[in-house]
Design a protein around this ligand. Structure first.
Ligand code: SAH
Length: 373
Protein backbone atom coordinates (compact mmCIF):
# COMPACT_ATOMS: atom_id res chain seq x y z
CA UNK A 1 0.00 0.00 0.00
CA UNK A 2 1.33 3.37 -0.97
CA UNK A 3 1.34 6.13 1.58
CA UNK A 4 2.33 9.77 1.28
CA UNK A 5 4.72 11.01 3.93
CA UNK A 6 3.85 14.29 5.57
CA UNK A 7 6.94 16.48 5.27
CA UNK A 8 6.20 17.91 8.71
CA UNK A 9 6.99 14.56 10.35
CA UNK A 10 10.16 13.55 8.56
CA UNK A 11 11.90 16.55 7.15
CA UNK A 12 14.94 18.05 8.78
CA UNK A 13 18.29 19.17 7.51
CA UNK A 14 21.32 17.20 8.65
CA UNK A 15 21.85 18.45 12.23
CA UNK A 16 24.93 19.03 14.38
CA UNK A 17 28.12 20.53 13.03
CA UNK A 18 29.89 17.48 11.60
CA UNK A 19 31.32 17.08 8.08
CA UNK A 20 27.95 16.21 6.50
CA UNK A 21 25.84 18.68 8.54
CA UNK A 22 23.79 21.53 7.14
CA UNK A 23 25.87 23.87 9.30
CA UNK A 24 29.00 22.92 7.34
CA UNK A 25 27.33 22.65 3.94
CA UNK A 26 25.10 25.66 3.47
CA UNK A 27 27.43 28.17 1.87
CA UNK A 28 25.25 28.30 -1.22
CA UNK A 29 22.20 29.33 0.78
CA UNK A 30 24.32 31.99 2.46
CA UNK A 31 25.47 33.34 -0.89
CA UNK A 32 21.82 33.56 -1.95
CA UNK A 33 21.07 35.58 1.18
CA UNK A 34 23.91 37.99 0.30
CA UNK A 35 22.54 38.40 -3.20
CA UNK A 36 19.13 39.31 -1.79
CA UNK A 37 20.58 41.93 0.56
CA UNK A 38 19.65 44.96 -1.57
CA UNK A 39 16.01 43.80 -1.57
CA UNK A 40 16.22 43.13 2.17
CA UNK A 41 17.40 46.71 2.53
CA UNK A 42 14.42 48.11 0.61
CA UNK A 43 12.05 45.92 2.59
CA UNK A 44 13.46 47.04 5.94
CA UNK A 45 13.26 50.69 4.86
CA UNK A 46 9.62 50.23 3.96
CA UNK A 47 9.02 48.50 7.28
CA UNK A 48 10.59 51.36 9.20
CA UNK A 49 8.62 53.99 7.40
CA UNK A 50 5.36 52.01 7.92
CA UNK A 51 6.01 51.87 11.67
CA UNK A 52 7.99 55.03 12.26
CA UNK A 53 7.34 55.29 16.00
CA UNK A 54 7.64 51.58 16.80
CA UNK A 55 10.02 50.59 19.62
CA UNK A 56 9.55 46.84 19.84
CA UNK A 57 10.01 44.95 16.59
CA UNK A 58 8.81 41.41 16.13
CA UNK A 59 10.57 39.64 13.28
CA UNK A 60 10.25 35.98 12.28
CA UNK A 61 12.57 33.87 10.12
CA UNK A 62 10.60 30.93 8.72
CA UNK A 63 12.47 27.74 7.87
CA UNK A 64 15.62 28.93 9.64
CA UNK A 65 17.25 25.48 9.70
CA UNK A 66 20.18 24.81 11.99
CA UNK A 67 23.28 26.50 10.63
CA UNK A 68 24.76 29.95 11.01
CA UNK A 69 22.63 31.23 8.12
CA UNK A 70 19.66 32.07 10.33
CA UNK A 71 21.73 34.40 12.50
CA UNK A 72 23.31 35.78 9.32
CA UNK A 73 19.86 37.08 8.36
CA UNK A 74 19.32 38.54 11.84
CA UNK A 75 22.63 40.40 11.83
CA UNK A 76 22.03 41.72 8.31
CA UNK A 77 18.63 42.97 9.33
CA UNK A 78 19.93 44.60 12.52
CA UNK A 79 22.70 46.43 10.71
CA UNK A 80 20.34 47.66 7.99
CA UNK A 81 17.96 48.97 10.65
CA UNK A 82 20.85 50.64 12.37
CA UNK A 83 22.06 52.36 9.22
CA UNK A 84 18.59 53.52 8.35
CA UNK A 85 17.96 54.98 11.81
CA UNK A 86 21.30 56.78 11.73
CA UNK A 87 20.53 58.28 8.37
CA UNK A 88 17.18 59.60 9.57
CA UNK A 89 18.61 60.49 12.96
CA UNK A 90 16.24 58.22 14.76
CA UNK A 91 18.31 56.87 17.64
CA UNK A 92 15.79 55.88 20.24
CA UNK A 93 16.60 52.54 21.90
CA UNK A 94 14.81 49.60 20.37
CA UNK A 95 13.81 46.12 21.36
CA UNK A 96 13.86 43.19 18.93
CA UNK A 97 12.02 39.96 19.38
CA UNK A 98 13.34 37.50 16.84
CA UNK A 99 11.43 34.28 16.26
CA UNK A 100 13.30 31.40 14.65
CA UNK A 101 10.89 28.93 13.07
CA UNK A 102 11.43 25.52 11.56
CA UNK A 103 9.82 22.08 11.69
CA UNK A 104 9.73 20.03 14.88
CA UNK A 105 12.69 17.80 13.93
CA UNK A 106 15.00 20.77 13.31
CA UNK A 107 18.21 20.93 15.31
CA UNK A 108 17.45 24.17 17.15
CA UNK A 109 20.20 23.45 19.67
CA UNK A 110 22.84 24.15 17.06
CA UNK A 111 21.41 27.65 16.64
CA UNK A 112 21.15 28.20 20.39
CA UNK A 113 24.85 27.38 20.80
CA UNK A 114 25.73 30.13 18.31
CA UNK A 115 23.73 32.77 20.19
CA UNK A 116 26.33 33.77 22.85
CA UNK A 117 28.96 34.57 20.18
CA UNK A 118 26.33 36.34 18.14
CA UNK A 119 25.33 38.54 21.08
CA UNK A 120 28.94 39.28 21.84
CA UNK A 121 29.62 40.25 18.24
CA UNK A 122 26.72 42.67 18.02
CA UNK A 123 27.65 44.10 21.40
CA UNK A 124 31.24 44.71 20.29
CA UNK A 125 30.23 46.12 16.93
CA UNK A 126 27.57 48.42 18.17
CA UNK A 127 28.12 48.89 21.87
CA UNK A 128 24.53 47.86 22.33
CA UNK A 129 23.30 50.70 20.16
CA UNK A 130 21.23 48.12 18.34
CA UNK A 131 18.97 47.93 21.33
CA UNK A 132 18.11 44.71 23.07
CA UNK A 133 17.60 41.57 21.09
CA UNK A 134 15.66 38.57 22.36
CA UNK A 135 15.75 35.33 20.41
CA UNK A 136 12.88 32.86 20.55
CA UNK A 137 12.32 29.48 18.91
CA UNK A 138 8.98 28.70 17.27
CA UNK A 139 8.88 25.07 16.19
CA UNK A 140 5.99 24.36 13.84
CA UNK A 141 4.69 23.96 10.32
CA UNK A 142 4.53 27.24 8.41
CA UNK A 143 1.67 25.83 6.35
CA UNK A 144 -0.55 26.70 9.28
CA UNK A 145 -0.64 29.13 12.19
CA UNK A 146 2.51 29.92 14.16
CA UNK A 147 1.73 33.22 15.92
CA UNK A 148 -1.21 35.13 17.46
CA UNK A 149 -3.27 37.49 15.31
CA UNK A 150 -1.88 40.91 14.48
CA UNK A 151 1.49 40.19 16.04
CA UNK A 152 4.49 40.23 13.66
CA UNK A 153 6.01 43.22 11.83
CA UNK A 154 8.28 41.40 9.41
CA UNK A 155 8.29 37.85 8.06
CA UNK A 156 11.38 36.58 6.30
CA UNK A 157 12.01 33.23 4.69
CA UNK A 158 14.92 32.09 2.58
CA UNK A 159 15.23 28.84 0.64
CA UNK A 160 12.35 27.14 2.44
CA UNK A 161 9.10 27.74 0.59
CA UNK A 162 9.87 25.40 -2.26
CA UNK A 163 9.29 22.60 0.27
CA UNK A 164 5.78 21.19 -0.02
CA UNK A 165 3.81 19.77 2.90
CA UNK A 166 3.76 16.47 1.01
CA UNK A 167 4.57 15.09 -2.42
CA UNK A 168 1.67 15.45 -4.85
CA UNK A 169 -0.80 12.60 -5.10
CA UNK A 170 -2.22 10.90 -8.14
CA UNK A 171 -5.72 12.30 -8.46
CA UNK A 172 -7.15 9.08 -9.84
CA UNK A 173 -5.67 6.14 -8.00
CA UNK A 174 -3.47 6.34 -4.93
CA UNK A 175 -2.14 2.83 -5.53
CA UNK A 176 -0.77 3.82 -8.94
CA UNK A 177 2.56 5.64 -9.03
CA UNK A 178 2.07 9.24 -10.15
CA UNK A 179 5.60 9.69 -11.39
CA UNK A 180 7.01 6.28 -12.32
CA UNK A 181 10.81 6.13 -12.51
CA UNK A 182 11.26 9.68 -11.29
CA UNK A 183 11.31 11.64 -8.05
CA UNK A 184 10.55 15.11 -9.41
CA UNK A 185 9.51 16.90 -12.59
CA UNK A 186 11.95 16.48 -15.48
CA UNK A 187 11.82 17.82 -19.01
CA UNK A 188 10.14 14.60 -20.13
CA UNK A 189 7.40 14.66 -17.45
CA UNK A 190 3.81 14.60 -18.61
CA UNK A 191 1.59 17.67 -18.09
CA UNK A 192 -0.42 15.79 -15.45
CA UNK A 193 2.69 15.47 -13.26
CA UNK A 194 3.46 19.15 -13.61
CA UNK A 195 -0.13 19.96 -12.80
CA UNK A 196 -0.18 17.73 -9.71
CA UNK A 197 2.98 19.44 -8.44
CA UNK A 198 1.68 22.92 -9.16
CA UNK A 199 -1.65 22.15 -7.44
CA UNK A 200 0.14 21.04 -4.29
CA UNK A 201 2.33 24.16 -4.36
CA UNK A 202 -0.65 26.42 -4.89
CA UNK A 203 -2.58 24.86 -2.03
CA UNK A 204 0.41 25.14 0.34
CA UNK A 205 1.47 28.63 -0.68
CA UNK A 206 -2.07 30.01 -0.37
CA UNK A 207 -2.37 28.61 3.13
CA UNK A 208 1.03 30.10 3.96
CA UNK A 209 -0.03 33.55 2.71
CA UNK A 210 -3.38 33.41 4.49
CA UNK A 211 -1.78 32.37 7.81
CA UNK A 212 0.93 35.06 7.60
CA UNK A 213 -1.55 37.78 6.70
CA UNK A 214 -3.55 37.10 9.88
CA UNK A 215 -0.40 37.09 11.99
CA UNK A 216 1.06 40.26 10.47
CA UNK A 217 0.22 43.67 11.83
CA UNK A 218 -1.45 45.88 9.26
CA UNK A 219 1.28 47.44 7.07
CA UNK A 220 3.54 44.53 8.01
CA UNK A 221 5.98 43.28 5.37
CA UNK A 222 7.26 39.96 4.10
CA UNK A 223 10.35 38.96 2.12
CA UNK A 224 10.55 35.49 0.56
CA UNK A 225 13.30 33.84 -1.47
CA UNK A 226 12.62 30.43 -2.93
CA UNK A 227 14.12 28.08 -5.47
CA UNK A 228 12.17 28.64 -8.64
CA UNK A 229 12.22 27.34 -12.17
CA UNK A 230 13.30 28.65 -15.52
CA UNK A 231 11.66 26.66 -18.27
CA UNK A 232 14.51 27.25 -20.70
CA UNK A 233 16.96 25.23 -18.58
CA UNK A 234 17.38 21.61 -19.58
CA UNK A 235 18.26 20.53 -16.04
CA UNK A 236 17.17 23.15 -13.55
CA UNK A 237 17.34 21.56 -10.15
CA UNK A 238 19.87 19.20 -8.55
CA UNK A 239 16.99 16.99 -7.41
CA UNK A 240 16.54 15.91 -11.04
CA UNK A 241 19.92 14.26 -10.70
CA UNK A 242 18.66 12.36 -7.62
CA UNK A 243 16.18 10.66 -9.97
CA UNK A 244 18.90 9.84 -12.54
CA UNK A 245 21.12 8.22 -9.92
CA UNK A 246 18.26 6.24 -8.39
CA UNK A 247 17.38 4.97 -11.87
CA UNK A 248 20.95 3.76 -12.40
CA UNK A 249 20.82 2.03 -9.03
CA UNK A 250 17.54 0.33 -9.96
CA UNK A 251 19.11 -0.94 -13.20
CA UNK A 252 21.94 -2.45 -11.18
CA UNK A 253 19.60 -4.03 -8.65
CA UNK A 254 20.79 -1.83 -5.77
CA UNK A 255 17.44 -0.09 -5.26
CA UNK A 256 14.01 -1.67 -5.52
CA UNK A 257 12.16 -0.39 -8.57
CA UNK A 258 8.87 -0.03 -6.70
CA UNK A 259 10.48 2.21 -4.12
CA UNK A 260 11.61 4.60 -6.82
CA UNK A 261 8.24 4.49 -8.59
CA UNK A 262 6.30 5.46 -5.49
CA UNK A 263 8.71 8.02 -4.12
CA UNK A 264 8.44 11.68 -5.09
CA UNK A 265 10.20 14.59 -3.49
CA UNK A 266 8.00 17.11 -1.70
CA UNK A 267 9.45 20.16 -3.40
CA UNK A 268 8.42 22.42 -6.24
CA UNK A 269 10.26 25.13 -8.12
CA UNK A 270 7.69 27.70 -9.17
CA UNK A 271 8.25 30.20 -11.97
CA UNK A 272 8.11 33.88 -11.04
CA UNK A 273 4.79 34.08 -12.90
CA UNK A 274 3.31 31.24 -10.86
CA UNK A 275 4.42 32.96 -7.65
CA UNK A 276 2.78 36.19 -8.81
CA UNK A 277 -0.38 34.40 -9.85
CA UNK A 278 -0.84 32.67 -6.48
CA UNK A 279 -0.13 35.84 -4.47
CA UNK A 280 -2.60 37.84 -6.57
CA UNK A 281 -5.30 35.18 -6.41
CA UNK A 282 -4.93 34.80 -2.64
CA UNK A 283 -5.25 38.55 -2.30
CA UNK A 284 -3.81 39.36 1.17
CA UNK A 285 -0.56 40.90 -0.11
CA UNK A 286 0.53 43.60 -2.53
CA UNK A 287 3.77 42.80 -4.35
CA UNK A 288 6.46 45.49 -4.21
CA UNK A 289 9.30 43.61 -5.88
CA UNK A 290 9.35 40.31 -7.72
CA UNK A 291 12.61 39.20 -9.30
CA UNK A 292 14.52 36.16 -10.38
CA UNK A 293 18.25 35.56 -10.29
CA UNK A 294 20.46 32.59 -11.06
CA UNK A 295 23.21 30.99 -9.06
CA UNK A 296 25.44 28.04 -10.03
CA UNK A 297 24.88 24.80 -8.12
CA UNK A 298 28.55 24.98 -7.22
CA UNK A 299 28.56 28.65 -6.18
CA UNK A 300 30.58 29.50 -3.12
CA UNK A 301 32.38 26.21 -3.30
CA UNK A 302 34.98 27.49 -0.92
CA UNK A 303 34.67 30.96 0.43
CA UNK A 304 38.23 31.90 -0.34
CA UNK A 305 39.15 29.80 -3.38
CA UNK A 306 39.03 31.11 -6.92
CA UNK A 307 36.30 29.05 -8.62
CA UNK A 308 38.23 28.87 -11.89
CA UNK A 309 40.90 26.53 -10.47
CA UNK A 310 38.32 23.95 -9.43
CA UNK A 311 37.79 20.93 -11.65
CA UNK A 312 34.50 19.22 -12.37
CA UNK A 313 35.23 16.40 -9.91
CA UNK A 314 35.58 18.89 -7.05
CA UNK A 315 32.45 20.68 -8.17
CA UNK A 316 30.51 17.41 -8.29
CA UNK A 317 31.65 16.56 -4.78
CA UNK A 318 30.71 19.98 -3.48
CA UNK A 319 27.21 19.81 -4.98
CA UNK A 320 26.80 16.26 -3.60
CA UNK A 321 27.73 17.45 -0.10
CA UNK A 322 25.33 20.37 -0.15
CA UNK A 323 22.54 18.15 -1.49
CA UNK A 324 23.33 15.48 1.09
CA UNK A 325 23.06 17.95 3.99
CA UNK A 326 19.50 18.70 2.83
CA UNK A 327 18.19 15.39 1.47
CA UNK A 328 20.02 12.65 3.40
CA UNK A 329 17.48 12.47 6.24
CA UNK A 330 14.56 12.22 3.79
CA UNK A 331 16.21 9.76 1.39
CA UNK A 332 17.47 7.56 4.26
CA UNK A 333 13.91 6.97 5.44
CA UNK A 334 12.93 5.73 1.99
CA UNK A 335 16.01 3.99 0.64
CA UNK A 336 17.93 3.04 3.80
CA UNK A 337 20.78 4.72 5.59
CA UNK A 338 23.24 2.12 4.36
CA UNK A 339 22.73 3.07 0.69
CA UNK A 340 23.48 6.76 1.28
CA UNK A 341 27.28 6.65 0.92
CA UNK A 342 27.01 4.75 -2.37
CA UNK A 343 24.20 7.01 -3.55
CA UNK A 344 26.06 10.27 -2.93
CA UNK A 345 29.34 8.96 -4.42
CA UNK A 346 27.41 8.26 -7.61
CA UNK A 347 25.62 11.58 -7.31
CA UNK A 348 28.94 13.47 -7.21
CA UNK A 349 30.17 11.65 -10.33
CA UNK A 350 26.95 12.32 -12.20
CA UNK A 351 27.06 16.05 -11.44
CA UNK A 352 30.75 16.16 -12.41
CA UNK A 353 29.91 14.72 -15.84
CA UNK A 354 26.86 16.96 -16.37
CA UNK A 355 28.67 20.11 -15.32
CA UNK A 356 31.14 19.62 -18.18
CA UNK A 357 28.30 19.67 -20.69
CA UNK A 358 26.08 22.46 -19.46
CA UNK A 359 25.70 25.34 -17.05
CA UNK A 360 23.96 24.04 -13.96
CA UNK A 361 22.17 26.84 -12.19
CA UNK A 362 19.33 27.38 -9.77
CA UNK A 363 16.78 29.98 -10.69
CA UNK A 364 15.67 31.79 -7.55
CA UNK A 365 12.54 33.85 -7.08
CA UNK A 366 12.55 36.69 -4.58
CA UNK A 367 9.43 38.58 -3.65
CA UNK A 368 8.94 41.48 -1.27
CA UNK A 369 5.39 42.41 -0.35
CA UNK A 370 3.18 44.27 2.13
CA UNK A 371 -0.02 43.23 3.78
CA UNK A 372 -3.04 44.74 2.10
CA UNK A 373 -4.94 46.64 4.76
N1 SAH B 1 16.77 29.63 5.78
C1 SAH B 1 17.88 28.70 5.89
C2 SAH B 1 17.45 27.26 5.72
C3 SAH B 1 16.97 26.80 4.38
S1 SAH B 1 16.74 25.03 4.38
C4 SAH B 1 18.98 29.08 4.94
O1 SAH B 1 18.77 29.98 4.11
O2 SAH B 1 20.05 28.51 5.01
C5 SAH B 1 14.96 24.93 4.38
C6 SAH B 1 14.36 24.79 5.74
O3 SAH B 1 12.93 24.92 5.62
C7 SAH B 1 14.62 23.43 6.38
O4 SAH B 1 15.27 23.58 7.59
C8 SAH B 1 13.23 22.82 6.52
O5 SAH B 1 13.09 22.03 7.68
C9 SAH B 1 12.35 24.07 6.58
N2 SAH B 1 10.94 23.79 6.25
C10 SAH B 1 10.46 23.11 5.19
N3 SAH B 1 9.12 23.02 5.25
C11 SAH B 1 8.74 23.68 6.37
C12 SAH B 1 7.47 23.93 6.98
N4 SAH B 1 6.34 23.48 6.43
N5 SAH B 1 7.43 24.65 8.12
C13 SAH B 1 8.60 25.11 8.69
N6 SAH B 1 9.83 24.89 8.16
C14 SAH B 1 9.91 24.18 7.02
Amino acid sequence: MHYIMATERVLHMKGGDGETSYTKNSLLQRKVASMVKPILEDTVKRLMSNFSSERCWKVADLGCSSGPNSLFFVSNMLSIMDNVSMSINHRKPRVFQIYMNDLFGNDFNTIFKLIPDFFQRIHEEKNDNHGRCFIHATPGDFYGRLFPDDYIHFFHSSYSLHWLSQAPKSSTNIDEPLNKGNVYITNTSSPSIREAYFNQFEKNFKLFLKSRSVELKSDGVMLLTLIGRDETHKIGNPVEVIGMVLNDMVQEGLVEEKKLDFFDLPIYGATAEEVRQVIEEEGSFAIQTLRTFNIGWDANLHEDVDDSILDSKMKGEFVAKSIRAVFDPLLSVEFGEDTMDEFFTRYAKKVASLIELETLEYTNVVVSMSKVS
